[in-house]
Design a protein around this ligand. Structure first.
Ligand code: ADP
Ligand code: MG
Ligand code: MG
Length: 209
């Protein structure tokens, strides 16, 4: 059964860069409705810079790849999502010194969620990244505990994240720019929860090969 190793970590970052480029318009549209319309361009710029940073890097393990991506996001993305995803990737990276099976990757992804929550102080239901990331980690963990292989665990996490993102539509935002809209944030899908679902779907795709 495949491990989350250095080539897979690099493939994930490359696939994220391609996915956020492809989905930039949709993410921007969502952020235009309840934010300032830059979520797509923030992520496109950040992950393009992460790819550049990986060029010529000789990573010691999968974690070094993700830590580098995280550091790049923090330095290149001005919006809320840069530091939040940046800290998440750094925490995931720090938890992956070597190739990881599903249970270890579940723990690493959970460390990423902890980092988001420590920095952003958002609770589930606040209409943020946390609303997609929390069910994704739970699904990943449950699959790993049941003995599932990486592609299956990542696929379940992606399904849960997509559901979590859709479930933000009726929520009122309590964190970030969308919270300034109060009740007017209701009825729109959160951009950050949507991009989190994209990250997990991308992981599932690269894990499936
Ligand atoms: P900005 O809001 O600074 O323009 P982005 O548009 O890139 O940054 O990202 C907006 C997304 O960031 C939101 O849709 C939300 O999901 C997420 N977000 C904002 N604040 C928080 C927070 N405190 N915790 C978790 N996620 C947050
Ligand atoms: Mg924005
Ligand atoms: Mg902004």
């Amino acid at each position: 059964t495949p491990l989350f190793d250095t080539p897979l970590a690099e493939a994930w970052v490359r696939a994220i860069a391609a996915a956020v480029e492809k989905e930039e318009g949709r993410l921007t549209e969502l952020d235009s409705a309840i934010g300032d319309g830059d979520h797509g361009s923030n992520l496109r710029r950040g992950f393009a810079a992460a790819l550049t940073a990986l060029d010529g890097l000789r990573p010691a393990g999968p974690g070094a790849v993700l830590s580098k991506a995280g550091t790049t996001l923090i330095s290149k993305v001005g919006g809320a999502s840069g530091p939040l995803y940046g800290k998440a990737f750094r925490a995931i990276g720090a938890a992956l010194p070597g190739p990881a099976g599903p249970a270890d990757l579940a723990d690493a992804l959970a460390a990423g969620l902890d980092a988001v929550r420590t920095l952003g102080r958002a609770e589930p239901g606040d209409k943020t990244i946390v609303d997609a990331y929390t069910p994704a980690v739970a699904a990943f963990r449950a699959c790993a505990a049941a003995g599932a292989a990486l592609p299956e665990a990542a696929g379940a996490a992606a399904d849960a994240a997509e559901q979590g993102a859709r479930d933000t539509i009726p929520l009122r935002a309590r964190k970030g720019r969308a919270s300034y809209l109060g009740e007017r944030s209701i009825g729109h899908q959160d951009p950050g929860a949507t991009s989190t679902a994209l990250l997990f779907r991308t992981l599932a795709e690269v894990a499936a090969g």
